[in-house]
Design a protein around this ligand. Sequence first.
Ligand SMILES: [Zn+2]
Length: 138
Amino acid sequence: MKDQEKKTYSKQFSEEELKAKLDSESYHVLREKGTERPFTGQYYLNKDTGIYECKVCGNGIFHSSKKYDSGCGWPSFTEPLSKDAIDVKMDYSHFMIREEILCGQCGSHLGHRFPDGPKDQGGIRYCINSVSMDFKKA
Ligand SMILES: [Zn+2]
């Protein structure tokens, strides 16, 4: 492990709690910063109205009104539910420089953000793994 900025998140979970709560794919993505295969995610094509929550802690992270069809293979959003809903960290893994998106409450890995979102909606694409989220239909 490289030195990383240690941030204390308001919600903390033990490994036992996490393993009991999450299936193995969700655990891999949320806690080991994995990525689900594109075009396979449960919420990729979801167009229902509601709130997307962090699967670990239930923190509301995105609203369906900010979801758009980016064609990238993962659920994509133009902005989070609130500024504090998420945390952003630089990610230098896989020979790329990316901005990692983490849950603002528990620090679990959600996805990445890229500067190629719709120009008329801020120009940012939040690219989020379906398995990182639960969807609460309105
Ligand atoms: Zn969380």
